[in-house]
Design a protein around this ligand. Sequence first.
Ligand code: 26W
Length: 851
Amino acid sequence: MQTQDINFQNANIRVEDDRTGLSVEALKRAFLDNLFYIQGKFPAIATRNDYYMALAYTVRDRLFRRWINTAEVYTTQGSRTVCYFSAEFLMGPHLGNNLINLGIFDQVKQAMQELGLDLDELMEQEEEPGLGNGGLGRLAACYLDSMATLEIASIGYGIRYEFGIFDQDIRDGWQVESTDKWLSYGNPWEISRPEWEVQVKFGGYTEAFTNERGQYRVRWVPDKVVRGVPHDTPILGYQVNTCNTLRLWSSEAIESFDFTAFNAGDYSGAVYKKMESENISKVLYPNDNMTQGKILRLEQQFFFVSCSLQDMIRILERQNISLDRFHEKFVVQLNDTHPSIAIAELMRLLMDEHGMEWDQAWNITSKTFAYTNHTLLPEALERWPIGLFGKLLPRHLEIIYEINSRFLDEVRLKYPDDIARINRMSLIDESGERYVRMANLACVGSFAINGVAALHTELMKKDVLHDFYELYPDKFNNKTNGVTPRRFMVLSNPRLCRLITSKIGHTWVKHLDELHQLEAYVDDPEFRAEFRQIKQAIKQDLAQYIKANYGLEVDPASMFDIQAKRIHEYKRQHLNALHIITLYNRIKANPDIDITPRTFLFGGKAAPGYFLAKLIIKFINSIGDVVNRDPDVRGRLKVLFLKDYSVKFAQRVYPAADLSEQISTAGKEASGTGNMKFAMNGALTIGTLDGANVEILEEVGAENFFLFGMTAEEVYAKRAAGYNPMEYYESDPELKLVLDRVASGFFSHGDVNLFKPLIDNLLYSDPYFLLADYRSYVDCQDRVSLAYRNQDHWTRMSILNTARMGKFSSDRSIQDYCDDIWKVHPIKIELRDYVQGGCGFDGSTDCKVVF
Ligand code: 26W
């Protein structure tokens, strides 16, 4: 770069004004500049997307200054960096969030208005990166926001899927999937860094040899090598200058064509190899809580983990820090077991590529990783058939065998002759076909293991990871999940936030506990009225959206009863459906019955291969078809399935809810995070004692929460005693009528077969105890209906929910991770002036920026 030629003095003025200036004038100028010089358009012919892109680049410039600044400080000050390894990051749209965190939302709104544009419309234009399925991916995104806000040096490492979670359409009541082409208009928020690409090996074989110093070594001879190219997205904290990095890897072929094959005339063979390499980061697996055992999935996991660890080693080398100190400079948080192959890969890198001996490599590795468990469902526990694993990762299988043999010696020492225990704890499942157990690997290779809510951590210790808890009790800890109030309050619910700020000031956004101060206003009728009017106005907006997009009239005065989350039997959307039919039956039996009007809204995707989940969607839509049209109902009940639930849409839904449905079978939902987002926005929860519901109940008080259903212990006991759902069917006439109506074809145009799999499942096995919880649920819903009739009291409860949700900020979660697991501290980033200050360009400092 010809840096000497730059006239710094003049450049400085320009940089300040058009690239970094935050005034309305500077923003307008920069926006038009970007429209001309990046989009190549003038206003008369620019599309809405051109405007969105021009604005995105305008905002990006403001991020870059802070990003470079942050990278420089991290490089020169050498701090411990948290590396968050996750196969999913469900970031949601970037534009609005960056405006909030930069503190320029109002300025940009005004700038756009002065140019005749509407900021809301431009934000609507953004195609969100749906690089995750649900809770786990969204949690990773909230945690990046909080780490930056708390000024913690961190990198999010993951996969840049070309196609994220599928788009969902509903046709004839059924879910129909189509590919998510989020990159088709380009992505202004990322910057690719081909100069930092790495290579990743797959397959082949290993061979032992003795090196020149007479040491035993192993060499891995792969049969496939692919390139990993990093794509970086800046992650700015709220009202700080810390701007961290989300680094996502995309896979590419080593050579565009395999020229040996090409020259030999095998053109299609050569092209095939390229395609195969690029397949690795092609598409997100759309399963949530269900393993599929596909080789491509293991390739994805190994690919991003290997890229990331090599990247971390490169960063250390550039800083001239010895690899012996890897664990001092980095801590890696494993977001579930999906990245747990990292434990074997770090061992391999340290030993085979960097010449370390086993003991030293293990010392480093076992001080580097911490593991978060996100699910107790047995079908979600990852295990790979040995044959498949060894074929793809022959060297890692050897390393895992060695870790296992040393580990089992330790177990034997503590529990001599306890063969059953040794079999359970082995990294290899040998009870039938042999498998590698990824959770066991994660437990052995990590210095900390945590669950995501108090109840979940207890159940984890009691059940799935019990043996590991007995062996390593000190490794176990709880870190209750949290969500970012920036996206899920400030951005999504500006009206409520203005009201809150008018009463208690603005610092609550960073210190969510301060919401407690709202309790002082709960008896103030004016405050209650304002609070209620805001909810009403938001419901009105959603009603309008529904009318425009679905042609359905819903009454904003009715109770908005919402269940929005992945569709899964354990989450029991069908229990909610049974309640709707119950109310419908009551109306049919007595058309003049006094029923609290409700609008039932559902949203969520089903895994494409999950038959019953897809049937539940059809079931809800079929109920809607009947209920919404029945003149007897006279608009008192409305049922709607909102298609293509996403982060963007979630932001619209949470603030509009009166009632939040958190009705999973106790013991099944690890935490839940939607439950927190609803409650923060003043929805009341109807829920079981499951996941974080337990802690929400504890915070808001039993009088402000609608609790029903069996406890986890009661569920276990009932299962152990032999559960017979038929008994409930026989003994509860209201329940019987509901199921009989469905079975009779009432909701399926007389087709008695359509919902038979669902009904049979409930009557003959009911693995999630819907029938056992039905009565308690319906009675509780009756209490909800009654409570809603006293709007003043309802609002009071609603305010207390918002006021008492401080614990569930992801800032609190991240602070706990920092204190108890990562042992890291904030690093203040002072904004400095690059052009005048130097940063190596003009020789005034000797820093090297390596991020
Ligand atoms: C390998 C297939 C697979 C895919 C995703 C297995 C498991 C998963 C995730 C762990 C599922 C998931 O998202 N779990 C959710 O994690 C949230 C964040 O901790 C919790 O709030 C939810 O309760 C939990 O279901």
